[in-house]
Design a protein around this ligand. Structure first.
Ligand SMILES: Nc1nc2c(ncn2[C@@H]2O[C@H](COP(=O)(O)OP(=O)(O)OP(=O)(O)O)[C@@H](O)[C@H]2O)c(=O)[nH]1
Ligand SMILES: *[C@@H]1O[C@H](CO)[C@@H](O)[C@H](O)[C@H]1NC(C)=O
Ligand SMILES: [Mg+2]
Length: 239
């Protein structure tokens, strides 16, 4: 069998300060572990010039390692993944945030765990073992905990972190899940795991530490909370 290849989908919106460091860390961690990878950057017309930074990085790391799939305007995360996966040449897909909340050092652990149990999905979790969250105020922690608790009680998904977005998928599994999921925003990540269980896919978990963004704006507000609550209820009613 040919060696595995890992395509990392990196959606960006105003991540000019974060992008060079995350790319440097990904290359260092994966190259030193002998992992074959490519990074697909999906920038949605960031007004801060993220795409120019991405072009510079492509010159440094090469067109085989850094693939640019920009879109004209901010079209949302769900469709960014769909757009990115179309260009992925790996047989495994890793989804992570570009804002340094997700540290690439966990990727080799995801890969090891996936191989151990031939899992369809590995989900990074803040809520078991050594996992945790750094840099959030009490309000944000309570919202996240509450959202997860509510979802676990209502949906019984068999995973401990439903709204996290640091995950590894077998490519064909991710394609099937995306096709089956209708949600947007935070509910999208949750629906992916809930449907995975529904379809009988094997989900493994790896504890991760999540660090709040240092650069750039957070977007969690009252709107997201309401959107989440209605999305959760809709999922509850349809699964
Ligand atoms: N391409 C694209 N990327 C996006 C969009 N919205 C967010 N992103 C990126 O998706 C990742 C996660 O978004 P974040 O804004 O960090 O979401 P969050 O972690 O829930 O919230 P904060 O970190 O507190 O702002 C980051 O890499 C963003 O740059 C979008 O509409 N299109
Ligand atoms: C990528 O990482 C490897 C291993 O650390 C290193 O040898 C190589 O120079 C890095 N590439 C770039 C462009 O920094
Ligand atoms: Mg973030």
């Amino acid at each position: 069998m040919a060696q595995n290849k890992y395509s990392i989908l990196l959606p960006t919106y105003n991540e000019r300060e974060n992008l060079p460091l995350i790319i440097w860390l990904i290359n260092k961690t994966l190259s030193e572990s002998g992992i074959d990878f490519e990074v697909i950057i999906i920038d949605d017309g960031s007004p801060d010039g993220t795409l120019d930074v991405a072009k510079q990085l492509q010159k440094i790391f090469g067109e085989k390692k850094i693939i640019l799939r920009p879109r004209e305007k901010k079209l949302g995360l769900g469709t960014a993944y769909i757009h990115g996966i179309k260009h992925a040449t790996g047989n495994y897909i890793i989804i992570m945030d570009a804002d340094l909340s997700h540290h690439p050092k966990f990727i080799p652990q995801f890969i090891k765990k996936q191989k151990e149990g031939n899992y369809d999905i590995i989900s990074g979790t803040r809520y078991i073992g050594d996992g945790g969250v750094y840099g959030w105020d009490l309000r944000r922690k309570l919202i996240s905990r509450g959202a997860n608790f509510l979802a676990r009680v209502l949906l019984r998904p068999g995973a401990s972190d439903l709204t996290g977005s640091f995950r590894l998928y077998k490519k064909e599994i991710l394609e099937k899940l995306i096709a089956a999921c209708g949600s947007k925003g935070y509910v999208f990540q949750m629906e992916m795991i809930v449907r995975a269980r529904q379809f009988g896919y094997a989900v493994g978990e790896v504890p991760i530490t999540f660090v709040d963004r240092f650069y750039g704006e957070s977007k969690l507000g009252g709107n997201e909370v309401i959107q989440y609550a209605t999305g959760l209820l809709r999922l509850f009613a349809t699964t």
